[in-house]
Design a binder for this molecule. Sequence first.
Ligand code: HEC
Length: 138
Amino acid sequence: MIRQLATELTRRRTMRAIAAASVLGAILGAILAGFGAARAEDTPAGDPVNGKRLYLADGCFECHGRAGQGGNFNYATPALAQIALPVDSFVAFLREAPNDMPSFSSNVLSDKDAADIHAFLQSLPGPRPAKDIPLLNQ
Ligand code: HEC
């Protein structure tokens, strides 16, 4: 009788543990699904591989540098690595660039291709702090 009761208690405890684990699993799943959805919205749809090809083919690198580090041609050319400009403003800027920067019309560079360049620029690591460069820390 006592043994039966103990077995029954163990069985119930196991069932409760399984139920708790599946509830926890469901909650975790929901959180992860929500996180995935939020990330998908934040990430631009651009293709950084095609963006890199265009950045080189269309000559952006000649003034802004291969690593998007910026330069100094006639005057300071801004760095573009890890660009913070939203993709819409980026495309608008390219359409009517000021001063030394040539404009790129949609005949030359489609919105999709411009968004790919934007994705490439966001994927660039940007400058490393001096403390992470071994040669400067000897
Ligand atoms: C002939 C040199 C030159 C070329 C080629 C060029 N740019 Fe520029 N770009 C500039 C200069 C100079 C500025 C700064 C404009 C100013 O304020 O006078 C600039 C500014 C920008 C900015 C604004 C950045 C900021 O922080 O204000 C973006 C974005 C940009 N360029 C993207 C591009 C892209 C993408 C390409 C290629 C499709 C390109 N540029 C090609 C010279 C160039």
